[in-house]
Design a protein around this ligand. Sequence first.
Ligand code: HAX
Length: 441
Amino acid sequence: MEKLKALFKSKADILSAEIKDIIKDHGTKKVGEVQLAQIYQGMRGITGMIYETSLLDSEEGIRFRGFTIPELQQKLPHAKGGSEPLPEGLFWLMLTGEIPTQEDVEALSRDWAERGNTIPKHVFKTIDALPPETHPMTLLVVGIMALQTESIFVKKYAEGVNKKDYWGITYEDSMNLIARMPAVASYVYRHKYKNGENISPDYSLDWAGNFAHMLGFDQVSFKELMRIYMTIHADHEGGNVSAHTTHLVGSALSDAYLSLAAGMNGLAGPLHGLANQEVIKWIKEMQKSIGSETPTGEQIAEYVQKTLADGKVVPGYGHAVLRKTDPRFTAQQEFAKKHMPNDPLVNTVWKIYETVPPILQTKAKIKNPWPNVDAHSGALLVHYGMKEYEYYTVLFGVSRALGVLASLCWSRALGFPLERPKSVTTENVKAWLKGEDTIWE
Ligand code: HAX
């Protein structure tokens, strides 16, 4: 068995035994109280699942297995000559809790290169069959679904596999799917925007470097951008829409392909991952409306007020959990300061950052006026010439596959059951308020 798989299994066996003891000794302990408003308002703040690969602090932001983004930039292995972390290293960390060596990460790059090389032709034909106006996220999900014919879990389950072995076949499906995501995603890009002129993979490159190459962006610093982009978007604990959906669908023993496709459909919503395309769209519309590529703070403020007055959200701002500037925004800002400090669009993103929070702060309802990950990413991509903003969420999706599939492996290895929370009707609530119904007590 390869090193990563064996290490994961040994860690999972230890944690599995610990969890059994925790449940046996403390299973009846209360972990919180649920208020009526929380049930009506998106279950905010209700702790309802275990998710091992990352944890979000509302003030500090995301930590992957205890490590912040700046720590990952320092500790995870880099590509030769590069300074950004390799996403292979993050995947290893999420799966094992250990920082891998350079050798480990290079072996994982080679493993994914081999697995990524075998995509059946029907996957591309299925994408080709859709009309040209199809959104890239739909094309990505259709590509993932077409790949599902390759699921090892499905074949073994039909043959009658022992449930103790679910973890291993989920691991294989997850590794194959992650390895193939860049080829499917770059096919979507070249198919939709570059007359179907595909670029052959260069498997001497790392996973993100090869993705950049297949997209058609061979600048050294674009490859570095893809490495940090694929790392910071990978995971954001378990309750966000894409992670929770993947987990929920996976809990029905749906295989990795079905589960990830479901999660990607959630990522494609404008309040979640689609916000990265919405940010650039909003900026372009603002520039057009103002008649300037470089609007002033006052002009931006006026446009923000108009957006709010029209009953729309300011995309890229706010978060369901975070209450400070997203460290993923800061990591991208740092990248921009290093590689493109004078780019006009990047400078506009920074001006928006100065202007928007004080305005949103005046709106009592908004709990977090600060930028999230999606406020910055588009401007970096435009700088390198990737201007097709409808495609941006696909990049997010390729990265998010790393976190949610590592977590799916953990859910299988820990034998997590079908997820099935209780729901009630407002009739029940009204009867309970009158003391006539005790359905949930
Ligand atoms: N602009 C205008 N209004 C906003 C706002 C924003 N950026 N953020 C929140 N609000 C509004 C909400 O719409 C809500 O209004 P209503 O009560 O009238 O419905 C009110 O403020 C309270 O919202 P909240 O409690 O602060 O935020 P939520 O947890 O409900 O929502 C969202 C969190 C991220 C969905 C929200 O901040 C938003 O819509 N932001 C803009 C879209 C965006 O950037 N999404 C990406 C988030 C990060 C992510 O998942 N990336 O993939």
